[in-house]
Design a protein around this ligand. Structure first.
Ligand code: ZN
Length: 477
């Protein structure tokens, strides 16, 4: 109950010396506000109850008991699942057990803006509990009231992790460190304090080999937390946006439910290669194209029209820039192509005309105006043969997704060559790539590379020379 006599701002009018004295008394005398309640049966939804008259940890945000012999606590969380709060509160709690901690972020801005100064970060958590730490950004150092010290590190500078002596660590988004194995090795060398050092890893998962092997370690404890478990703390607009973007997609199982996706048996693309080649920024584009695979132009079941914008950068790499695919009427997809063409100042429209070619071209002509260049492609034969060299560019780290395209990624990673289906977004991507790369480089890439149809079950297994000939034929168009 609020006390009408109590003025929380009163100390602000005291002399600085008196304020300092108060802070000193508070920091030494006050018990941190408890984040992990003592709910019977250890099953709590985090809503206020009993003496915990504030929101606190849900059971799925609790670390495993410190009485158990574990070393790695993996909290695999959907986006917005409350992992930052869980990690920050864990750090606050662990300062009571070890005087030295490491906190590791993907980048310096993640460290500062999310883990430390963020709205669910360490400073806010400690302040809310009256456990006021001293933060020195230049030294990346947090000193807690009891003298415990946490130092911040980033995956960008893993060598700074050398020569430490810590008793606990918190790694945020570890599955997204590009060099996670090296960072992890550096971190492990410095975890030497106490009987059993502990590491909390809070991350949205990726299907990385590192994560897959770590979660099976005997010293690991894993909890999976979906986005919606934290719905009470999330803005309705965020929930709506996440649902619209990911509901029903394969990628949604990862981004919303924290699942580690398995590769689809026999699929050409897989998550790891998309993840490792993904770029957040792009160089200048020499040439951009928009490719369209209109609905109903082949024997596909879905009636989506694939519309993909792709560019050739000054570095000679291909970049998927935008995905405008969707369910459209002919007029709508032509307008969508026109919008993408204008927005990205494209040089060319690539249109699949397998079925109903005249209709496709006249529809584009009517809507694009006279100056647009339209290249018709007809890919009735050899879908795999057209897709393989494009995959090869990804494998060589010469083709990239510039950003995140959940539906496209879902199609890429679940398309099994020879399975008969023919996903529109994938088709559009393949057409776009072929219109941007030259025949010679593409055929040499395809032949030089190991991942050709020699795997079991793939059509056309092992016929490299035939393939080369066919590539020349198909791509010479
Ligand atoms: Zn509780």
């Amino acid at each position: 109950m609020a006390d009408p006599q109590f003025d929380p701002d009163l100390p602000l009018r005291w002399t600085p010396a008196a304020q300092d004295k108060l802070l000193e008394i508070m920091s030494t005398g006050m018990d941190p506000k408890v984040w992990y309640c003592q709910h019977p049966g250890r099953d709590c939804d985090g809503e206020p109850h009993d003496q915990y008259d504030y929101r606190h940890a849900r059971s799925d945000q609790w670390p495993p008991s410190l009485l158990d012999d574990w070393m790695f606590w993996f909290m695999l969380s959907g986006r917005g699942g409350g992992k930052t709060k869980a990690g920050a509160e864990w750090v606050r709690n662990m300062t009571r057990y070890t005087p030295r901690l490491a906190i590791v972020a993907p980048t310096a801005s993640d460290l500062r803006d999310v883990m430390i100064e963020g709205e669910s970060g360490i400073l806010r958590c400690c302040e809310a509990a009256g456990y006021l730490p001293h933060w020195e950004p230049s030294k990346k150092r947090i000193t807690f009231p009891n003298g415990a010290i946490a130092i911040g590190y980033t995956a960008e500078e893993p060598d700074r992790l050398r020569g430490r002596n810590d008793g606990a660590a918190w790694c945020d988004e570890a599955a997204h460190y590009p060099n996670v194995e090296y960072v992890w090795d550096m971190l492990m060398y410095g975890l030497r304090m106490g009987q059993r050092p502990r590491v909390a890893i809070t991350t949205t998962p990726t299907p990385s080999p590192w994560l897959k092997s770590m979660i099976t370690d005997a010293l690991s404890r894993v909890v999976v937390v979906p986005t919606f478990a934290n719905e009470a703390n999330l803005a309705p607009a965020f929930i709506k946006q996440m649902r619209e973007k990911y509901a029903g997609t394969r990628q949604g199982r990862q981004e919303l439910y924290g699942e580690i996706l398995d590769d689809v048996e026999g699929a050409l693309w897989h998550d790891a290669i998309l993840e490792s080649t993904r770029r957040r920024t792009t160089p200048l584009m020499i040439r951009t194209v928009v490719a369209v695979d209109p609905a109903g132009t082949s024997t596909k079941r879905s009636d989506e029209t694939g519309i993909i914008v792709m560019g050739l950068g000054v570095d000679g790499h291909l970049y998927v820039l935008s995905d405008h695919s969707g369910k459209y009427t002919p007029l709508e997809w032509a307008q969508e192509v026109k919008a993408a063409y204008d927005l990205f100042r494209c040089d060319l429209v690539v249109a699949e005309t397998n079925y109903g070619g005249e209709m496709v071209t006249s529809n584009l002509r009517t809507n694009l105006g006279h100056f647009a260049r339209v290249l018709e492609v007809n890919s009735r034969r050899g879908k795999l043969i057209r897709a393989e060299p494009v995959y090869g560019l990804f494998e060589q780290d010469r083709a990239h997704l510039a950003g995140y395209f959940p539906e496209l990624e879902s199609q890429l990673c679940s398309w099994v060559p020879g399975s008969g289906n023919s996903p529109d977004r994938l088709d559009a991507l393949v057409h776009a790539a072929h219109s941007l790369i030259s025949l010679d480089s593409a055929s040499s890439i395809a032949v030089a590379h190991g991942r050709m149809p020699t795997r079991g079950g793939r059509p056309g297994g092992g016929h490299y020379q035939d393939l080369k000939k066919m590539l020349t034929g198909v791509m010479g168009r």
